[in-house]
Structure formats: C-alpha cells, structure tokens
Design a protein. Structure first.
Ligand SMILES: NC(=O)C1=CN([C@@H]2O[C@H](COP(=O)(O)OP(=O)(O)OC[C@H]3O[C@@H](n4cnc5c(N)ncnc54)[C@H](O)[C@@H]3O)[C@@H](O)[C@H]2O)C=CC1
Ligand SMILES: O=C(O)[C@@H]1CCC=N1
Length: 277
C-alpha cells in the first residue's frame, strides 16, 4: 500500500527518528521515500540524512505538494505556527498523520483549512527497538484506506491498537508517557541495587531481565497482576517485607495519580495549543 508513496516528517526529534529507523529497518519504506524537515537545527537534519539516507528539506515548502503523507512530529505548542507556514502547500489528496499529544484532528482540520483526511496516533519511544504500542484513530475525513495505510506504517515500529479518538488523551497518559514511568522505576532499582552492594552492570542486566520476564508473563497469562505478584510473595518472606515499605510510601496510589494527571495534561495541551475551541 505504501509502495512509491512519499512521506514527509515535519519535526525531526526523537519520535520522528524512532519512527524513521523502524520504518527503514522493516523496509516499509525506502530511504528515498522519506523527507524530513526541522525548524532550525540543520545539523540534526544532516545527521538523519547521513545515518538513514533520507532526504531532508528546509525553506522549501513547495516540496510538500509532492508528498502523499505528511507526519506532524513537532511539539504540540508548535502545531498552529507550523501549519500556518505549510498549509498553502497541502491538499485534500494528502493524508496527515499526527503523533502529537493532545491535539485533536478537528483542530488540525481547522488549522489546515480544508478537508484532508487526518489520523491521530500515540506511539512511544520503544519504537526505537520496534516495541512501541501505537494507538491510532481515524479522525476527520479519514477513510478505511487511510487507517490501513497508517496501520502499515506504525506496525513497522511495534504493535498497533485501533481506537476511537476520544481515548487518545487517556492512552497518552498511560502508554505514550509509560516508558518514562518504567525508566524512573528502573533508576530507583539501580540506586537500590547500588546501596545493597551490587555491581552496576550486573544490576542493569538483572533489572532488564526482570522487566522482560514480567512483561512476557503478563502478555501470556490470564492471571491478574495481583495474582502474579502474590505468587512471588511468600508469607513472611522478602517480597512481603519489601512491599510493606512500598505501601508505606503509597507507591501504587502515586502511580495511579501519575497516570491520571498525565492523561489530563494531554487534554490540557490540546486546549492550550490548538487556538481552536
Ligand atoms: N517523546 C515521546 O516519548 C513521545 C512524543 N510524542 C509526541 O511527538 C511529538 C514530538 O516529540 P519529540 O520527538 O519528543 O520532540 P522533540 O522536541 O525531540 O522534536 C520536535 C522537533 O520538531 C521541530 N519543530 C518544531 N516546529 C517545527 C516546524 N515548524 N517545522 C519543522 N520542525 C519543527 C523541533 O525543532 C524539534 O526538533 C510531540 O508532539 C509529542 O507529543 C508522542 C509519543 C511519545
Ligand atoms: O511528554 C509528552 O508530552 C510526550 C507525549 C507522550 C510522551 N511524551
């Protein structure tokens, strides 16, 4: 479906790079089908050009008219300004894909000023190792073919879940930001490991395998997470002793509130930066 399609990435940050590297690794697109632009950092574009063989462009927005798909990969705060600059080089025949937190497809439609199809998505940085979970939703004016094309693109960087757009803010708070919560946990486990005298490299590999094992387990069983952690916990044993400390710090409540706050922030970002009610 993506054969001969030209895809432009507007914004060459970490998310765009994670996507580009996965897409090329899986040969979903060839380097010459990918065009990337960034606001100011020319070195960044050069680096992507050298590393991935993709084409880059700047100050040449006319080239956008040749694109079949335009991926918005800048920060939400930059969406209105970006679209104001490029909208004259866009058409209703193109597909627009957004990875932006919070920004709705109706907002993007209004900023574009025409009825091009828009797909809103929420990947995560595990895309860099082909393990993103990307939620994709069919937004304004999008047909099944646009959803299918987007699905093909995002399957290159991991798994895909097709959802309704109204779920996207919640998903952003859970799985878009999710890798950061896990890395924070890992950092804490690393500090703990050091304090009990374990070597840094050994600790890192132990922690990584604990996470991989737990993730595989949760995917392959119908048992609840509660049952799984209870299976680890022997009465009067080590895990129970550790859990008592976690409970005294309200660890679980903190994570619940963290996810709720991140999801609410996604909604706020949409309102803050869209300039559209
Ligand atoms: N980093 C993450 O974990 C995830 C990020 N996202 C979303 O992806 C988007 C990008 O995030 P990151 O890659 O982390 O940000 P980033 O800050 O690394 O990259 C954004 C890039 O966009 C460029 N940019 C801004 N305005 C532009 C314009 N008018 N034209 C061309 N380039 C422009 C900036 O110069 C910057 O290099 C955000 O909207 C974020 O909500 C979504 C899922 C996960
Ligand atoms: O922190 C953020 O706003 C972005 C969206 C999801 C992950 N990173």
């Amino acid at each position: 479906m993506l054969t001969n399609k030209k895809v432009a990435f507007i914004g060459a940050g970490s998310m765009a790079e994670a996507m580009i590297s996965g897409i090329l690794k899986e040969k979903v697109l060839l380097p010459q089908q990918i065009f990337v632009t960034n606001r100011s950092n020319k070195e960044r574009l050069l680096l992507l050009q050298e590393q991935y063989g993709v084409k880059t462009f700047s100050n040449n927005q006319e080239i956008l008219l040749e694109m079949d798909i335009v991926v918005f990969a800048m920060k939400p705060k930059d969406i209105a300004e970006t679209i104001a600059k490029i909208r004259h080089y866009t058409t209703e025949q193109q597909l627009f894909i957004s990875v932006l937190a919070g920004v709705s497809t109706s907002c993007i439609s209004q900023l574009l000023g025409h009825n091009a199809p828009i797909i809103r998505t929420m990947p995560n940085t595990s895309a860099a190792v082909g393990e993103s979970i990307t939620a994709i939703s069919s937004g304004n004016f999008a047909e099944l073919e646009h959803l299918n094309m987007s699905e093909e693109l995002f399957k290159a960087i991991g798994e895909v879940a097709i959802v309704e757009e109204e779920k996207l803010d919640a998903i952003t708070g859970l799985s878009g930001s999710g890798p950061a919560y896990i890395y924070y946990l890992i950092e804490a486990m690393e500090i703990g490991a050091k304090e009990i005298g374990l070597d840094e490299h050994l600790a890192k590999s132990l922690i990584a395998q604990v996470l991989i094992g737990a993730a595989e387990r949760i995917k392959s069983t119908d048992l609840s997470s509660k049952t799984l952690y209870k299976q680890v916990m022997s009465p009067g044993g080590t895990t129970e002793a550790g859990f008592k400390v976690l409970e005294s710090y309200h660890y679980q409540e903190a994570m619940v509130e963290c996810i709720k706050r991140a999801a609410a922030r996604s909604t706020e970002l949409g309102k803050l930066y869209s300039n559209v009610k």
